[in-house]
Write a protein that binds this ligand. Structure first.
Ligand code: NAD
Length: 451
């Protein structure tokens, strides 16, 4: 049970000389920690993974979009402390929770990471501190899940602990705008909590957008990701329809995008990936069920998007068939296994299902990804594969290549020069001639089939 109210954390936050604990130093937490370090604050980086803490202490960044040189200067400064010891939360004026929020077996929210970290924080926190949940979750999580953990530990919310929600809009791999230039939504459980959280983020972020409540901030984050999931599903469906009409969906999108208003461009692909878009919409589905509503758009989008890997494999099968070949025994090269270009993140990547389906059909599958040297073990897949080098000699051995992720570092001309058939799910060959000489003077021999 905490002692009397101590106003110190609020004064230190408002005086911009605070200590901030970031809980969970992953794709979201590490950039947040870096943002506050860059703003001259003291940061306690907490993670249950001792390897991550050791790595950071050595000055090494495990996220490619946080350059090692930048992290080295933070690690060397006295402002960063990396720890696995929850007792150090006692030093924090503010605690930002950035732990995973996956789905359970039946697509229900799995808040076990949020609950475990909140319990550890509630045990050690100093009176007057601010706690902000940054992990994506359904509207009501901060009030219904986080707050009781603190009340049960003896804290009076809005008096000796302040609670807020601030969704993370991090887009791994994106250089512009920088994390700190993306407006930061902030909603408190009460007025004072909301204001204190806004004061905190103003230290490091250029634009802070306070909203009326934690629930508004929670729902806004889900709206952003549902909007993407539904629109990606729409263009994926359109791709299937236009394919049958022999019309190139990419050309159609490019044409529609010339309209200066009322249209936003979304691109089709081999299926959804990453920790957000395939997962977050189902947090809303779950919450909607509690109030007796079905989420028809979300369910339909999920159905269309999850069918894409199967569609890609069917296109491979048909395209090989056109050449008198079958998938069984065919040598297939998957290009890119990260879920999107120029990142090393393979979470929920559609490449895993595409490869698994090809293997089921007894194809001989290899992959090349300059960002992913070894295919990591995933929840549903354990593919024992390593990235193969991309050389002219190696490429000549393949019957077909599938573009799953259009990393900029892949030499697309080299692939087109030496592989007879390319199944292109990303329009990587869109700007290149179907055959003939490319800008680099090479000859594209491959038959390119869009999928
Ligand atoms: N990855 C993204 O692009 C992105 C973007 C916006 C929002 N989000 C949301 O942010 C949250 C975090 O996602 P992420 O991508 O950073 O996940 P991540 O898996 O990259 O990182 C999570 C970190 O939390 C640590 N962790 C797990 N349990 C812990 C505990 N009890 N205490 C302390 N640390 C713990 C893990 O070891 C890991 O380092 C999720 O809710 C996600 O939906 C992610």
């Amino acid at each position: 049970m905490p002692d009397a109210v101590a106003p110190k954390p609020r004064e230190r936050i408002q005086g911009r000389g605070s200590t901030i604990a970031v809980v969970g130093l992953g794709y979201v937490g590490l950039p947040v920690a870096a943002a506050f370090l860059a703003a001259g604050q003291r940061v306690i980086g907490f993670d249950i993974d001792p390897e991550k803490i050791a790595c950071l202490a050595r000055g090494e960044s495990y996220l490619r979009h946080i350059p090692e040189t930048e992290w080295q200067s933070f690690a060397k400064s006295e402002n960063f402390v990396g720890t696995t010891d929850p007792a150090r939360f006692a030093e924090a004026d503010a605690v930002l929770i950035c732990v995973p929020t996956p789905l359970g077996e039946h697509r229900e929210p799995d808040l076990s990471y949020v609950e475990a970290s909140a319990r550890a924080v509630a045990k050690h926190l100093q009176p007057g501190a601010l706690v902000v949940l940054e992990s994506t979750s359904y509207p009501g999580t901060t009030r219904e899940v986080l707050a009781p953990i603190f009340s049960n530990a003896g804290w009076v919310i809005g008096r000796d602990v302040f609670l807020a929600f601030s969704p993370e809009r991090e887009d791994p791999g994106r250089v512009e705008p920088r994390t700190v230039d993306v407006p930061k939504l902030v909603g408190g459980l009460d007025l004072v909590s909301g204001e204190l959280a806004a004061d905190l983020y103003r230290i490091a972020y250029t634009a802070v957008q306070p909203v009326r409540s934690a629930e508004v901030a929670e729902a806004a984050k889900l709206l952003e990701n549902v909007y993407r999931a539904v629109n990606i599903a729409l263009v994926n469906e359109l791709k299937l329809i236009l394919e049958k009409m022999d019309i190139d969906v990419w050309e159609v999108i490019e044409a529609a995008a010339t309209k200066p208003y009322g249209f936003q461009e979304f691109r089709p692909g081999p299926g959804l990936g990453g920790h957000c878009i395939p997962i977050d919409p189902f947090y809303l589905t779950w919450a909607a069920k509690r109030v007796g509503f079905p989420t028809l758009f979300i369910e339909l989008a999920g159905e269309i998007n999850t069918a894409m890997p199967k569609h890609v494999v069917c296109r491979v099968q048909t395209a090989l068939g056109d050449e008198g070949k079958v998938l069984e025994g065919a040598r297939v090269l998957v290009l890119g296994v990260a879920y999107k270009p120029n990142v090393d993140d393979t979470r929920e990547t559609p490449a895993a299902e595409i490869i698994a389906r090809l293997l089921d059909e007894k194809a001989e599958v290899s992959y090349h990804d300059p960002w992913v040297p070894r295919f990591p073990r995933m929840r549903r897949y354990d593919l024992d594969l390593e990235s193969v080098p991309l050389t002219a000699e190696a490429l000549k051995e393949f019957d077909c290549a599938i573009v799953v992720t259009d990393h900029s570092a892949i030499d697309w001309d080299l692939v087109g020069e030496h592989v007879p058939l390319v199944i292109d799910t990303r329009n990587a060959y869109g700007a290149r001639p179907a055959s003939g000489r490319t800008a680099s003077g090479r000859t594209v021999r491959a038959r390119v089939v869009k999928a």
